[in-house]
Design a protein around this ligand. Structure first.
Ligand SMILES: *[C@@H]1O[C@H](CO)[C@@H](O)[C@H](O)[C@H]1NC(C)=O
Ligand SMILES: *[C@@H]1O[C@H](CO)[C@@H](O)[C@H](O)[C@H]1NC(C)=O
Ligand SMILES: *[C@@H]1O[C@H](CO)[C@@H](O)[C@H](O)[C@H]1NC(C)=O
Ligand SMILES: *[C@@H]1O[C@H](CO)[C@@H](O)[C@H](O)[C@H]1NC(C)=O
Ligand SMILES: *[C@@H]1O[C@H](CO)[C@@H](O)[C@H](O)[C@H]1NC(C)=O
Ligand SMILES: *[C@@H]1O[C@H](CO)[C@@H](O)[C@H](O)[C@H]1NC(C)=O
Ligand SMILES: *[C@@H]1O[C@H](CO)[C@@H](O)[C@H](O)[C@H]1NC(C)=O
Ligand SMILES: *[C@@H]1O[C@H](CO)[C@@H](O)[C@H](O)[C@H]1NC(C)=O
Ligand SMILES: *[C@@H]1O[C@H](CO)[C@@H](O)[C@H](O)[C@H]1NC(C)=O
Ligand SMILES: *[C@@H]1O[C@H](CO)[C@@H](O)[C@H](O)[C@H]1NC(C)=O
Length: 404
């Protein structure tokens, strides 16, 4: 883990140093072909308020979610030999063992995958609680699971029929739009996999026409660029990068996906790997400046793509940056965090990361007692609770996205 030098870069080397592995336990949804929404669900729908427009409306169906990106979205695509997210203490909060997710539990993909379920269930502001209660009581857990798309990696071992019934997650932690220093599929490759599945008739045009794609890009391209070109033209690179991202978004849409949601770059300057130098008190403004340029380009690209496709809703921005910031600085979202900038699990020194051990099995990291009280899990990734808080700040836009 040579990320010691990382802090000397404008963008720290971060997600790259988090390598993972195999399919998550939660990928098991494919075991049960639940007849989703063929019958109105839940049966007691009439007792529960449906959030929306005063009249009953169907959610988009069959609600397939396709996911592209990096560790902010990966639910277990990386090879188990690649490490970290397949190691203790990842997954410690849920399900109690590592699942290949870069979190102590579930993450963005899982929350978004379950949005539709939530809207049927209950009032918008009760969602997280209801979710936890259901979860801990293990009621309908299997149903919930269905909403997380199967990972691409796992799909190869699953039944074709069952795979075709749910969406698929092509995201690999540590990757970017361009090649990064770990050799997992870049975004072009991820979309190629998707295209191949379509060519193999796993998904019909009608399926795609009612589907949502989620694209995350959390900064691995930047760290890779700066690792290779410490004095490189970062702004020029940023321009190229966001253009390539735009081309990728367009390609996903051109493959037939009705709606493409792209995440803005999270506040990289506020990640623990950066703020560790000031005891997790203050975000780095110069990094945040670069982040804001990135997000400006992304927003512009989305507007432009919508114009090109003659709609103002085929492409949407999922504002992760705002979601993170409103939790970190405004204390909005649910749950609340006492000291949201402070991570739960950190290496004992900057050479080490959460989960590292020496040859004798001695831990080279420290972990908080209760990850549920922390926003950040490790030096760059939110906890399950953190993702939940971010997710709750994005519910209004998700509602718009999902009920088209
Ligand atoms: C912000 O990050 C840059 C690049 O890592 C660094 O040069 C600068 O000193 C940092 N600023 C503060 C206030 O820490
Ligand atoms: C995972 O790693 C093992 C051992 O390095 C290797 O044999 C296997 O082919 C890898 N699998 C994938 C999907 O890359
Ligand atoms: C992604 O990787 C493939 C090879 O795996 C390469 O052909 C392609 O050019 C890469 N995409 C970008 C945008 O660099
Ligand atoms: C990306 O990496 C792949 C191998 O993983 C390589 O074949 C390809 O040429 C690389 N593409 C670029 C643009 O560097
Ligand atoms: C996609 O759905 C819309 C209605 O939402 C319909 O007008 C259009 O023809 C469909 N396209 C395909 C390819 O099924
Ligand atoms: C951006 O792309 C242009 C054209 O492909 C290329 O000439 C330039 O070197 C790239 N800039 C950076 C910093 O990668
Ligand atoms: C879309 O693009 C056209 C041509 O470039 C331009 O005239 C028009 O104002 C744009 N519309 C919007 C809503 O941006
Ligand atoms: C864009 O959105 C506005 C407001 O939601 C709507 O009134 C308008 O019809 C939409 N335009 C297109 C081209 O979809
Ligand atoms: C924080 O709250 C203030 C006042 O309500 C609001 O103006 C600002 O936009 C919020 N910031 C974020 C990042 O949500
Ligand atoms: C591992 O344990 C042995 C014997 O107790 C000790 O000599 C060695 O220094 C230890 N190695 C590390 C990396 O702690």
């Amino acid at each position: 883990m040579n990320s010691l030098t990382a802090l000397s870069f404008l963008f720290p080397l971060f997600l790259l140093s988090f390598l993972t592995g195999y399919q998550g336990v939660e990928g098991l949804p494919i075991r049960h072909p639940w007849p989703r929404y063929r019958h109105p669900w839940p049966p007691y729908r009439s007792k529960l308020p449906v959030i929306g427009r005063g009249h009953f409306f169907r959610p988009m169906r069959p609600t397939k979610l396709f996911v592209f990106g990096d560790s902010y979205a990966d639910t277990g695509n990386k090879n188990i030999t690649e490490g970290r997210a397949w190691k203790f203490p990842y997954g410690i909060s849920f399900p109690g063992r590592p699942t290949g997710r870069f979190s102590d539990g579930i993450l963005l993909t899982d929350y978004i995958g379950r949005t539709q379920f939530y809207f049927y269930m209950t009032n918008i502001y009760d969602l997280p609680e209801i979710y936890d209660n259901i979860y801990t009581r293990n009621i309908a857990a299997r149903f919930l699971m269905l909403k997380t798309p199967v990972t691409y990696h796992w799909s190869k071992f699953g039944s074709r029929y069952l795979n075709s019934r749910i969406g698929m997650n092509f995201a690999y932690g540590g990757t970017g739009v361009y090649n990064t220093s770990d050799n997992d599929p870049n975004m072009t490759d991820q979309i190629n996999f998707f295209e191949q599945q379509i060519k193999d008739h796993l998904y019909s045009p009608a399926d795609l026409n009612s589907s949502l794609a989620l694209v995350t890009l959390s900064g691995n391209d930047y760290s890779n660029f700066q690792e290779k070109n410490p004095d490189g033209d970062i702004l020029g690179f940023q321009f190229n990068l966001t253009n390539q991202l735009k081309a990728d978004l367009k390609r996903i849409h051109d493959l037939g996906v009705k709606k493409v949601a792209v995440a803005t770059l999270q506040p990289v300057g506020c990640l623990p790997t950066v703020t560790v130098s000031n005891d997790y008190k203050k975000c780095n403004d110069s990094i945040e400046m670069l982040v804001s340029f990135h997000n400006y380009y992304v927003t512009t690209a989305v507007a432009d793509l919508n114009n090109q496709t003659n709609s103002n809703s085929s492409f949407v921005v999922l504002d992760l940056h705002n979601g993170f910031m409103s939790v970190l600085t405004n204390g909005t979202g649910f749950p609340k965090f006492e000291d949201p900038m402070k991570p739960c699990c950190m290496g004992v020194s900057s050479e080490y990361n959460c989960g590292d051990m020496d040859k004798n099995g001695t831990r080279l990291y420290t972990m908080c007692r209760n990850p549920r009280e922390y926003f950040f899990w490790d030096s760059v990734h939110p906890t399950q609770a953190g993702w939940r808080a971010v997710y709750t700040t994005m519910l209004p836009i998700l509602r718009k996205i999902l009920f088209f």
